[in-house]
Design a protein around this ligand. Structure first.
Ligand SMILES: O=C(O)[C@H](CCc1ccccc1)CC1(C(=O)N[C@@H](Cc2c[nH]c3ccccc23)C(=O)O)CCCC1
Ligand SMILES: [Ca+2]
Ligand SMILES: [Zn+2]
Length: 303
């Protein structure tokens, strides 16, 4: 079955034009990116939660309104693949060139997105709380980083290890979108400018704790967000902010990647994360930078 890599373009969720890596075969274009061994394929659930099909088009210009979700899922997945390859020489989430699958238009007015363990899934939002979630590069990086975490530290998605999983996903969401310390600002509350789902610089702004003395002991159930993984991530997120404002992006991303892929283990606590990051800073940049990391965690009450 002949696949021919080609390029085209499409309209993004925000109306801008995105370059696209496409496949041309059997007289039509599809959202299959063959430009690296971690091939990227983008599918359309057409507002179901059960069936999906490859997003295709007669021409190389994916410019219809319903194609916007797929255009950004495809474009942003390529952006995140390139980030991990260029910064850390990591070849897809498993470092073995695993294919990256995305599904858009999941459900009806679905105000969320997730890594299913195999694929990335994006809702369209209800147009008030969220618009199409694949439109945010930091959200796509957040989801793909869950896949990286699953293949490396394997952080268990509950309590402190789950909050760390959340934090590392937000942190790499920042590194892919380093212009601001907000998560999801491009797709959160389309009617309101300047807000976001979470803030790394000021977690309390969106009702997250930013210090260990504010830790939320929620139940380890779906209703308790598995021990508050999306709440308590505010504490490691604040420690990250304290670190990156001192060390800068390029040192910090290497320290965080080394900790995630070399030192962290499935049951890691906040204290373990502090130790992993201090060790990574020592390995890479020496005692002075390691002390900056230690101080960043002191400031959020994690020793
Ligand atoms: O990847 C994750 O951590 C989140 C995945 C949530 C999920 C997990 C399992 C099945 C379905 C959905 C999705 C994101 C998230 O942080 N969701 C939060 C906040 C949120 C989004 N939509 C919501 C609707 C209701 C309540 C909370 C939310 C959550 O699910 O808590 C990440 C970036 C943006 C969306
Ligand atoms: Ca952002
Ligand atoms: Zn997450």
């Amino acid at each position: 079955l002949k696949e021919t890599a080609t390029t085209g373009s499409g309209t993004a969720v925000n109306g801008s034009t995105r370059p696209l890596n496409l496949d041309f075969s059997k007289g039509k274009y599809s959202l299959i990116d063959l430009t690296h061994s971690g091939r990227i394929e983008t599918y359309d659930a057409k507002n179901t939660t059960t069936t999906y099909s490859l997003m295709t088009n007669k021409t190389k210009y994916f410019t219809s309104q319903t194609q916007r979700a797929g255009v950004d899922a495809h474009y942003n997945a390529d952006l995140v693949y390139d980030y991990y390859k260029n910064k850390f020489n990591r070849n897809s989430y498993d470092n073995l060139g695993a294919p990256i699958y995305s599904i858009v238009h999941y459900g009806v007015n679905y105000n969320n997105a997730f890594w299913s363990g195999e694929v990335m899934v994006y809702g369209d939002g209800d147009g008030s709380t969220f618009t199409t979630l694949s439109g945010a590069n930091d959200v796509v990086a957040h989801e793909l980083t869950h896949a990286v975490t699953d293949y490396t530290a394997g952080l268990i998605y509950e309590n402190q290890s789950g909050a760390l999983s959340e934090s590392f996903s937000d942190v790499f969401g920042y590194f892919v979108d380093p212009g601001d310390f907000l998560i999801g600002e491009d797709i959160y509350t389309p009617g309101i400018t300047g807000d976001g789902l979470r803030s790394l610089s000021n977690p309390e702004q969106y009702n997250q704790p930013a210090h260990m003395n504010q830790y939320r002991y929620l139940s380890n159930t779906e209703a308790g967000d598995y021990g508050g993984v999306h709440s308590n991530s505010g504490i490691p997120n604040k420690a990250f902010y304290n670190t990156v404002t001192q060390l800068g992006n390029s040192k910090s991303e290497q320290i965080y990647y080394r900790a995630l892929t070399l030192y962290l283990t499935p049951q890691a606590t906040f204290t373990d994360a502090r130790a992993a990051l201090v060790q990574s800073a020592t390995d890479l940049y020496g005692a002075a930078d390691a002390q900056i990391v230690a101080s960043a965690w002191d400031q959020v009450g994690v020793y």
